[in-house]
Design a protein around this ligand. Structure first.
Ligand SMILES: *Cc1c(COP(=O)(O)O)cnc(C)c1O
Length: 463
């Protein structure tokens, strides 16, 4: 399989090349030249496979520059019951006759980003080893992504992680998750400032091309195709658990921010997985809901981005969204380039009408909605759900067709978002076994002023 850019550059790249890259040189995102089509017979065969082998089958349709035995070895080492807690890896919890949660957040950091990041860690180690190269990952985090990256890269050879976070501004649990890692290749840098200061430092370091090259700086951002590809697998796994035959259709509701997760659902649907609807659920930062309702895409500035109680969905622009728009516009790269070069755009009437053919609908949820939904699930099922999953469930109940099974993707465990759970239920969320008392573990973190030169000096001394 070869990969092309969403902005019209026709240069074709292999999987291993784009694995270690960010954006395409023309500023677009990479997508496969075409989506492999999955037949009824293949679906039937895949139905019987354990998760790791299903992952191998799907990945191998998109990766032809890693030998099959190596790739199977990688998926079997990554998707284990030991790491993800159950044999199913993404188990369903039924809430009613045709509605279930699909658990994606039973990995080491209790959020769905582990599903992709754990695979990415293994792929990076493999590819860097094969090339005899090393990579130093530099990132900024306000919580989820940074910890998922650290847990994916810890102890791996050839990779170091330098993760900037705003000093004292993450929850005690999130700080403990990251700072308790004692692996020599993980470097936590707590910056005296806010998240935007951290991000500015990462940008400044990355814009110094000489420094970047000399210190082999890379990223693990959400536009990486390998991350998206890893996420395609659990749509198949959810479908197989929810159905008995391939004649049935299933819908998915996805709590969304950067549009990576639901974009993987779009890819699964394009491959021929019988998905009825893909429901995009947003919080108060509703740039995606506005798009799917009106055809207008209006990214917000930082000042108009709300800090909400489902913080991992607090985005101003949806970085993966361009991939879907490329398909929506019949893969017309020059049109995509025209739209995304402007600060905002409005689809033409025909383009907007085409959205329905891709199965997308949307809705939004607010703080009051998610608190009410957490209470309702707890009262009716005795289940505690996290605020992001609550946004999804709220929108799923509005959008669902009672005759079609709806799977709501559970994107985090409530233990990570104690304050909102306490507000909703008056008590602390349950904490998974083994994580009691993690706040008391010794911490490994370097506190530093928000100063680019000092961060560079630290990296220089530790690569
Ligand atoms: C990252 C994240 C999301 C948003 O996912 P996208 O792929 O960015 O749309 C939703 N919920 C949680 C808990 C997350 O960590």
């Amino acid at each position: 399989m070869k990969y092309i850019s969403t902005r019209g550059d026709k240069t074709e790249r292999g999987f291993s090349d784009i694995l270690l890259e960010g954006l395409a040189p023309d500023g677009g995102l990479y997508l496969p030249k075409s989506y492999p089509q999955v037949s009824d017979a293949t679906l039937t065969r895949w139905r019987a496979l354990p998760y790791a082998d299903l992952a191998f089958e799907i990945l191998s349709l998109y990766i032809d520059d890693i030998p099959a035995d190596d790739l199977r070895d990688i998926t079997r080492k990554v998707y284990t019951e030991e790491v993800f807690g159950t044999k199913e890896i993404t188990p369903l919890t039924w809430l009613g006759e045709r509605i279930a949660l699909q658990g994606l957040s039973n990995g080491p950091t209790l959020a769905f980003k582990d599903m992709a990041m754990q695979l990415l860690g293994a792929l990076f180690e493999y590819e860097l080893g094969r090339r005899g190269q090393t990579l130093n990952i530099l990132g900024a985090t306000s919580g989820d992504t940074g910890s998922a990256a650290e847990y994916a890269m810890r102890g791996r050879s050839g990779v170091k992680v330098f993760m900037l976070s705003p000093n004292g501004r993450m929850s005690p649990f999130q700080q403990a998750q990251m700072f308790s890692l004692q692996d020599a290749n993980i470097h936590n840098i707590a910056v005296e400032g806010v998240f935007d200061d951290c991000q500015d430092i990462v940008k400044a370091v990355s814009n110094d091309l000489a420094f970047k090259r000399e210190h082999r700086i890379g990223t693990v951002n959400s536009i990486n195709w390998a991350r998206l590809l890893a996420q395609v697998v659990y749509y198949f796994a959810g479908y197989f658990q929810a159905t008995k035959s391939n004649d049935e259709k299933v819908s998915f509701t996805v709590p969304s921010g950067n549009f990576g997760n639901v974009c993987a659902g779009h890819v699964a649907r394009q491959m021929g997985l019988p998905i009825a609807k893909l429901v995009v659920a947003t919080n108060e930062n509703d740039v995606l809901d506005e798009f799917f309702r009106t055809g207008a895409y209006r990214p917000r500035g930082t000042a108009d981005t709300h800090e909400t109680s489902s913080p991992s969905m607090d985005i101003s622009k949806a970085s993966n969204f361009e991939r879907f728009v490329f398909d929506l516009l019949g893969r017309d790269g020059s049109r995509v380039k025209q739209y995304f070069s402007a600060s905002r755009f409005v689809l033409g009437a025909e383009e907007q009408a085409a959205i329905a053919g891709f199965g997308f609908v949307s809705g939004r949820s607010t703080h009051a909605d998610r608190v009410a939904m957490i209470r309702r699930r707890h009262a009716e099922h005795g289940v505690v759900i996290d605020p992001h999953t609550a946004d999804g469930l709220k929108v799923a109940l509005e959008q669902r067709d009672p005759s079609v099974t709806m799977l709501v993707l559970e994107t985090a465990l409530p233990a990570k978002f104690a304050a909102t759970i306490v507000e909703a239920l008056g008590s602390e969320p349950p904490r998974p076994a083994g994580l009691e008392g993690i706040e008391q573990l010794p911490k490994r973190v370097k506190v530093m002023p928000a100063d680019v030169a000092q961060v560079k000096a630290y990296i220089h001394a530790h690569v």
